[in-house]
Design a protein around this ligand. Structure first.
Ligand code: ATP
Ligand code: MG
Length: 424
């Protein structure tokens, strides 16, 4: 037997049973993003590898060991995008979008060669937001308010907001030296990963999951104590805004995020309902990145949501409306079968919202009716030779187990609308 070809490990098909959940999330997100005046941007899935090295950082997990990089046919090093921010910044600079503030969003697949497990895949999807040209804590608050509105629309309660401030580059630089000195003194008791990070990215030691390292970190000097008046003010205003909006939050001084480009505000929305992979949305400010990638210095803030993790939550909460058919058209006999596609088209013309599946492939009344039943449609529309001659269609409610009624073809669309459509 020929060996079956399978999907790549960590890269999944999203099957028809799942796509209604995806549509639900996507349509709620689009509605809310539009309501705040955000515009969609679509960038290529592949970029030059250099873009990610220069933005995400050479010594981050993503760039060091998770990127899908390859040589193009002409030898250029290209990578599948592991995240969306770098591409957005590149596109905004390249297309001259930064002469005025921009509120952008994107969605699509991202690629990281991580160890696949629940909530962690090699192809996964994000919906993200990037705002350029606005420096104040008011816009940090706006993007967080937008996420809260989405959780509410999706019926997701129980998400916890954690925030922190990383200060600006010079404040972090001074802090980094002090943190490093402290951690060096405890070198012997740090976990292996953290020891390696001392040399490259000591701030990442703060979010080590190792209990012994965590205990050391608990007494480490705090970044908050190294902030100047401006950074401190920014953070305090954001906190005040969150309080005024009634958003509960936790200030987690160990929240540092895995990407290099963040400064000042960082935040995560976290759930306890998905096991270890509990962060469903993460973001923050990255005021230096545009300049770092060759643009004019432009403040920026953004976030990305992990779609698979949110889908997991929506599934558990069971809040997505089902996507089902209104009607399934059954046609028995040669003449009725020949006429059925026309009737279906006329119904769709009369009522664009109608979800109507037309039986295909012939067969007996009984077998067609069985398919109508299995389709999940609310009604079977029955068209036989006698109905055809009388200008009527039999309408049989499939879910309520009621009797069939005959409805004149000319008023069938109105009749179905009166009963209420699934799309309402
Ligand atoms: P984590 O700490 O879970 O590895 P991260 O800090 O690497 O996340 P970001 O790069 O900030 O994540 O991406 C934003 C969101 O995208 C995450 O909060 C998560 O919901 C989702 N995400 C990140 N990596 C994956 C993945 N490999 N599979 C599924 N979702 C992911
Ligand atoms: Mg990660």
């Amino acid at each position: 037997m020929t060996k079956k070809i399978q999907a790549i490990r960590g890269m999944h098909d999203i099957l028809p049973a799942q796509t209604p959940l995806w549509h639900h999330l996507e349509s709620q997100a689009k509605r809310i993003l539009a309501a705040y005046g955000y515009s969609e941007i679509r960038t290529p899935l592949v970029e030059v590898t250099e873009l990610f090295k220069r933005s995400i950082g050479e010594v981050t997990d993503i760039v060091e060991k998770e990127m899908y990089s390859f040589a193009d046919r002409n030898g250029d090093s290209l990578s599948l995008r592991p995240e969306g921010t770098a591409s957005c910044v590149r596109a905004a600079i390249e297309n001259g979008l930064l002469s005025q503030p921009q509120r952008l969003w994107y969605q699509g697949p991202m690629f990281r060669h991580e160890r696949p497990q629940r909530g962690r895949y090699r192809q996964f999807h994000q919906i993200g937001v990037e705002v350029f040209g606005l420096a104040g804590p008011d816009i940090d608050l706006e993007v967080i308010l937008m996420t809260r509105r989405l959780w509410r629309a999706l019926g997701l309660s129980g998400l916890r907001l954690e925030i922190n401030t990383l200060g600006d580059a010079s404040e972090r630089h001074a802090y980094r030296a002090e943190l490093l000195a402290y951690l060096e003194r405890h070198h012997e008791r740090l976990d292996e990963d953290s020891r390696q990070r001392l040399a490259t990215n000591p701030l990442r030691v703060l979010d080590s999951k190792d209990p012994q390292t965590q205990a050391i970190v608990a007494d480490a000097p705090r970044l908050l104590d190294h902030l100047g008046a401006e950074s401190r003010g920014h953070f305090e205003q954001l906190c005040a805004g969150l309080e005024a909006a009634g958003i509960a939050y936790v200030h987690n001084p160990r929240l540092v995020r895995g990407l290099d480009y963040y400064n000042r505000t960082v935040f995560e929305w976290i759930t306890d309902e998905l096991g270890a992979q509990g962060t469903v949305c993460a973001g923050g400010r990255y005021d230096g990145l545009v300049e770092q990638l060759g643009g004019r210095s432009t403040p920026a803030v953004g976030f990305a949501m992990g779609v698979e993790r949110l889908i997991g939550l929506i599934e558990q909460a069971d809040t997505a409306p089902p996507q089902t058919l209104d009607a399934y058209l059954v046609a028995v006999g040669e003449r009725a079968q020949a006429r059925a596609p026309q009737i279906a088209e006329e119904l769709r013309d009369a009522c664009p919202e109608l979800r109507l599946m037309c039986h295909s492939g012939g067969g007996s009344f009984k077998s067609q009716f069985k398919k109508a039943d299995r389709s999940g449609a609310r009604y079977a529309l029955v068209l036989g030779e006698s109905e055809l001659d009388a200008g009527v269609v039999g309408v049989k409610p499939l879910r309520e187990g009621l009797e069939q009624t005959l409805v004149p073809l000319s008023s069938l669309a109105d009749y179905l609308v009166e009963q209420g459509l699934e799309s309402d």
